[in-house]
Design a protein around this ligand. Structure first.
Ligand SMILES: [Zn+2]
Length: 604
């Protein structure tokens, strides 16, 4: 699913401008004479579609061949798209009170809300902010930590060390080295915040963060409250997991891990401590070995990158979806090229917004990437399912849905599924569930507070509540509050640790991942029920179930044509997001954790 560098992106690049870009000519081309709202919208989305495709192509080349030239070309395409989108967004406000059909009204709203980066009207400032955005992402993509002359590590190398090294000194060294790549971004980031806010204000939003929060078919404040409600539902589970992992890590690393305070951020197996599954061997219960190792099985069978993706495709065809188009196999980037810089961060693309599906990924033959492939393809099959919608509705019900669908599919990667694929002879019995659930919780439950805090930080930065003089301190305050982690070396405002996380320099909103983490369990519970699965939720796979596939397909095909509660209802029968599903899934684990934690400090 989504850990580490290779997992998170997912169609993020395609959504960099929010799925809505317009033409450079638009500001001039929009006639001053009042026009019928529907005529305006129809013209806008046809024009937008052309620009999105141009931008996708430029972004694809930039992401798979990073040079000064491809960065400049992508920046240019993005700038054209964004400035035109801004113009359409502004024009859309003129029709707000127009009497029109419900589809047109929704499209007008989407036009106004679809940007993640609204460039200011001033062309020089528009060019500046898009150049800064492309430059920061490029700095991240090219980031390296050089331990010594000629010994430079990129994020791929460092990710492996973070995942596998148990040498606290080495872990801290690469952690510190990677975070240093973000220092030069701070000045640019300050300017980007100024300009992004200026653009958002020109569209009538209080700031860029308020613009991001307005996208959820409810008032921005109500949405923020929904997040609080969901977090409160799941927090007890996180706190139990945190307490257990802390004392197990203390057994391993001694006083480097405090008995009752925050966990040092470099010891959790991931650069951002966002998922902890890599420290599973350190915290595993006795007799938890499920009796198989998927990485070893895949390597033993000499599975290559194409083979990995074929497994993922097979999952979807088993549900009744059509196979991937021939062009997918010709155009995707599945392995890391040896001769050039690329953005390895996994992502799924639909370059022509119809059938030109691709994934961009540096696939390793591991259990983790096996799951990631299923996740990325979830995006691709979603994209193709809504291709018949008008251009402005070709997106997920809300941005959490896109991520959640990929992960819902990944939750069906169960031992029973591996048996059906012939990768495993038989599934482990229920006595292995504690281990399986703990491994999953280290990924899914550990992620929740991180998924929430990134935008808590950015929203407050955009709102001016966190000033550049406190960027780094505020970042760590929030990480302490939500995650209960702390840096093991002193940080100062010379550091810019938020920039060491992809989505910050890349201008990708992050709340979607928190929502996805909650929603995927809600989706999984509903689809498992549709498929008639009566075993424990963690052993249900919808693989091969046409009825679940039909229900899924029907929801995906809606795209963004209806407010997200309609799509949620279509898939689950519920109109509200509900974290009780993730609590249900992990209920046996919570009980076990609380037994283990008896007499030990809980909280930080
Ligand atoms: Zn994704």
């Amino acid at each position: 699913m989504w850990r580490g560098i290779s997992v998170f992106a997912v169609l993020c690049a395609a959504l960099l401008v929010g799925g809505s870009d317009v033409s450079a000519q638009t500001p001039q081309a929009t006639p001053a004479a009042p026009r019928d709202a529907k005529t305006f919208v129809d013209a806008a989305e046809q024009r937008l579609l052309k620009l999105w495709v141009d931008t996708s192509r430029a972004d694809w080349v930039r992401s798979t061949y990073i040079t000064g030239d491809t960065e400049a070309l992508a920046a240019k395409a993005n700038e054209r798209s964004i400035s035109a989108a801004v113009a359409y967004a502004k024009d859309a406000t003129k029709y707000e009170s127009a009497k029109t059909d419900s589809d047109t009204a929704r499209k007008l709203k989407l036009l106004r809300l679809s940007l993640t980066l609204a460039t200011p009207h001033d062309p020089d400032e528009a060019a500046e902010v898009t150049r800064i955005a492309a430059g920061m992402e490029g700095t991240y993509g090219k980031g390296k930590y050089c331990r010594a002359e000629g010994q430079c590590l990129d994020l791929e190398d460092i990710t492996k060390i973070m995942a596998t090294s148990r040498d606290a000194k080495e872990l801290l060294d690469v952690w510190t080295g990677w975070h240093a790549i973000a220092r030069p971004m701070k000045k640019d980031f300050v300017r980007y915040v100024e300009l992004a806010n200026k653009g958002a204000r020109e569209l009538g939003f209080a700031d860029a963060g308020a613009m991001w929060r307005s996208k959820y078919d409810m008032p921005p404040d109500a949405f923020a409250k929904e997040l609080d409600r969901l977090w409160e539902q799941v927090r007890p589970l996180y706190v139990s997991l945190h307490a257990y992992v802390r004392w197990k890590l203390r057994e391993k690393y001694g006083d480097a891990v405090p008995a009752s305070g925050p966990i040092p951020a470099h010891l959790l197996g991931n650069m951002w401590a966002q998922t902890w599954d890599n420290v599973y061997p350190l915290v595993a219960p006795k007799d938890a070995d499920p009796g198989y190792d998927l990485t070893r099985i895949l390597k033993g069978r000499k599975t290559d990158a194409v083979g990995m993706v074929k497994y993922g495709e097979g999952f979807f065809t088993s549900l009744g979806f059509d196979p991937l188009p021939k062009t997918f196999w010709e155009r995707s980037m599945l392995t890391k090229p040896k001769d050039r810089e690329v953005v390895c961060h996994a992502s799924a693309w639909d370059v022509d917004y119809v059938d030109d599906l691709r994934i961009k990924m540096c696939i390793d033959i591991t259990a983790e990437d096996f799951t990631t492939v299923h996740h990325e393809l979830g995006h691709n099959f979603y994209q193709r399912a809504y291709k018949a919608q008008p251009p402005l509705f070709r997106d997920s019900a809300n941005d959490g849905f896109h991520e959640a669908i990929g992960d819902t599919i990944a939750l069906s990667v169960t031992p029973e599924y591996l048996v059906k694929l012939g990768l495993l002879d038989r599934a482990p019995d229920a006595t292995k569930d504690t281990g399986l659930l703990l491994a999953k919780a280290l990924e899914k439950v550990a992620f929740l507070p991180f998924g929430l805090m990134i935008d808590q930080w950015r929203w407050r930065v955009f709102a001016g509540e966190i000033t550049p003089a406190q960027y780094n301190k505020a970042w760590w305050d929030l990480r302490l509050k939500y995650q209960g982690v702390a840096p093991a070396v002193a940080r100062t405002e010379e550091d810019f640790d938020p920039g060491a996380k992809y989505h910050v320099p890349a201008n990708v909103p992050y709340t979607r991942y928190f929502l996805a983490d909650i929603l995927q369990f809600q989706f999984h519970r509903a689809l498992a029920k549709t498929a008639g699965c009566t075993s424990a939720l963690n052993r249900c796979s919808i693989y091969g179930n046409k009825k679940a596939g039909e229900r899924l397909e029907k929801t995906l095909a809606m795209g963004q044509s209806r407010p997200w509660p309609d799509a949620l209802e279509s898939l689950t029968g519920q109109r509200e997001m509900d974290a009780s599903a993730i609590r249900d899934y992990f209920a046996p684990l919570q009980k076990w954790l609380d037994e283990q934690n008896k007499g030990k400090p809980v909280g930080w």
